[in-house]
Design a protein around this ligand. Sequence first.
Ligand code: SF4
Ligand code: URA
Length: 207
Amino acid sequence: MNSLDEIARLVRQCSDCELGRGRKNAVPGEGSPDADLMIIGEGPGAQEDLLGRPFVGRAGQFLDELLGYIGLKREDVFIANMVKCRPPENRDPLPAEVSACNKYLERQIELLDPLLIVTLGRVSLARFFPGESMTRARGKVREKDGRFIYPVMHPAAALYRQEVRPGIIEDFKAIPKVLDDIRNSSAAPIPASAPESPPAQQLSLFE
Ligand code: SF4
Ligand code: URA
């Protein structure tokens, strides 16, 4: 798989797990191939399955609003999902489905090579930090296998529980600062005599 387009083509033909049988359309993911920010949701819902595009239903409207708070449009980021075909009744994808589909997501991450990955919801949080609780993880950037991961609650949660909206908005509004910190830490010149511990600016990324 040498390009995001090729991945999308393969996903549309894929029947490597049960979810392939029930779908109307596979939802490979979409956005800018040069995006600094990659967003990983859970899986397509009814609208996404109908249109073959990620986050186009009500949760997607909220995601558009969230991106708007930080001056971004969906074309500026890349939006993908853990599984590319809709789980029946919007149930959580099964571990076997997630693992069958992971090859596509893994390659999307490699090819895109984003500065920051925002995980939306428990399922994509668990891909990077298995067993971690959302309450502990949300709104804090952490490194995993050389990538910066920033977990946020799933925007669909806010459709049923208005009280979680402010937290999701707050976590999104912090993203530009997180991106700046990452840019500054990787652009920082290496001091002639390297200190034992990283400079405070870098430490702040791992709080
Ligand atoms: Fe293939 Fe992923 Fe769809 Fe399963 S969910 S059929 S692995 S594209
Ligand atoms: N929820 C998701 O996790 N992904 C979508 O694409 C749409 C809704």
